[in-house]
Design a protein around this ligand. Structure first.
Ligand SMILES: [Ca+2]
Ligand SMILES: [Ca+2]
Ligand SMILES: [Ca+2]
Ligand SMILES: [Ca+2]
Length: 398
């Protein structure tokens, strides 16, 4: 179960916006690595350049707190969409989701297929239910801003800006409006989380070229860099390749809504309801291995050196091979929960690693040598209109 968290994070990755590292520096004592830039602001406006490191080393941050970034005139003017449902298709039905990355006319979704298989093996594993719960309780609140979209017609060229948001404007710890009746209906009022903005207040994640035409929203394909904070574990940095969006949409006064798609995904003759938005791309396996090795490097408790390449991986003669270095001794029995889920399960991960290429997860060849080296992913999105509170950006977390 535990080792699924990373896979789940990858699954969520397409839908979850990134996290900047320039959140509030309100602690009196910082313990992390150095800031490389300078905060010159002294009051409500931070005019300094970006903090590029994760935390401060100084014993005290002598500047005043970083505050809400100042938006440009156009930013936060909308229109917006709130993502009220994220679905991971799991049965592998071609029509479910999302895009064909192998030019064989059949859609590819390696991650969805794997998650479906895991769910079939163990009924404890219901990643879709976990995801639904996280969206309904507001832990995952994703807003899209259609930047520069024609105001009246809500059609034509646009940029697609992604924000992590909150509906808990009054800060009492729970959403201010009902998800099922208000948020899904486009009546939601949100604030943007400052973690989804860079030091200049611009969105960290965006499709710079998108379009709404004949009630179809489209964006990409292109590189889609994501930074996904996983609390207590790591910040996952991945670049989704060939990322694209396609959605059946309708503009309304409160923003852009998707129209549901009726697809008989289980083949019983009765259609199921799927979100009208499709978001997909491929994740190079090298990136995933790099993340796993970064995690393993923090496993001093298991006797792993900070620079060890625990997992050795790459394209072999007929497949992408994955294995742990047999010369590295893993003693993960000495690790505790405090060392994170990966360290305590490192030998399990290593036992599992050689089977990875056999799961059908690695299914797309991105460098033309016919050997698959990337994982296709696809999500279905359901969206409704939304409104931003004034001020549009939530206070930085303490
Ligand atoms: Ca295909
Ligand atoms: Ca609240
Ligand atoms: Ca059906
Ligand atoms: Ca290849």
């Amino acid at each position: 179960m535990k080792k699924l968290s990373l896979l789940m994070a990858l699954g969520l990755g397409l839908g979850v916006v990134g996290c900047g590292d320039d959140t509030a520096e309100s602690a009196t004592t910082d313990t992390g690595t150095a800031d490389t830039a300078t905060d010159t602001g002294s009051g409500s406006t931070d005019t300094g350049t970006a903090d590029t490191a994760t935390e401060d080393t100084a014993t005290e941050d002598t500047a005043t707190e970083d505050t809400t970034p100042v938006p440009t005139d156009e930013q936060f003017s909308g229109p917006f969409s709130y993502v009220w449902r994220i679905q991971i298709p799991q049965s592998g039905t071609d029509a479910e989701c999302c895009f064909d990355f192998t030019a064989d006319g059949v859609t590819d979704n390696g991650l969805g297929t794997l998650i479906g298989a895991l769910g079939a093996i163990s009924t404890d594993i219901d990643i879709q239910a976990t995801l639904d719960g996280a969206v309904a309780d507001g832990s995952i609140a994703l807003l899209l801003e259609y930047a520069g979209l024609a105001e009246i017609t809500k059609t034509g060229p646009t940029q697609l800006w992604f924000y992590l948001a909150t509906n808990d404007i009054d800060g009492d710890g729970s959403g201010d409006q009902d998800w099922a009746t208000a948020l899904k209906a486009g009546e939601g009022i949100f604030q943007v989380q400052p973690t989804s903005l860079d030091a200049d207040g611009s969105p960290l994640i965006k499709f710079e070229s998108a379009r709404i035409s004949s009630d179809v929203l489209s964006a990409g394909p292109g590189d889609f860099p994501l930074t996904i904070p996983i609390p207590g574990l790591l910040t996952l940095d991945v670049t989704i390749k060939q990322a694209q969006i396609e959605a059946d949409v309708r503009p309304e006064a409160s923003g852009i809504f998707t129209n549901d798609a009726d697809i008989d995904s289980d083949g019983d003759g009765t259609p199921e309801v799927w979100g009208g938005g499709k978001l997909g791309g491929v994740i190079p396996v090298d990136q995933v291995i790099g993340i796993l090795n970064d995690l393993a490097n923090d496993c001093a408790c298991a006797g792993i050196a900070p620079d060890a390449a625990v997992i050795i991986a790459g394209e072999g003669t007929d497949q992408y091979d994955v294995a742990c270095d047999p010369n590295i001794t893993i003693n993960d029995g000495a690790c505790t929960d405090a060392d994170g889920v990966i360290c305590g399960n490192l030998s399990t991960v290593c036992g599992f690693a050689p089977a990875l290429p056999t799961l059908g997860l690695i299914d797309v060849d991105t460098n033309g040598n016919t050997i698959p080296d990337a994982i296709s992913v696809g999500l279905r999105l359901s969206m409704s209109g939304a409104t931003l509170e004034n001020p549009p950006v939530a206070p930085a977390a303490p």
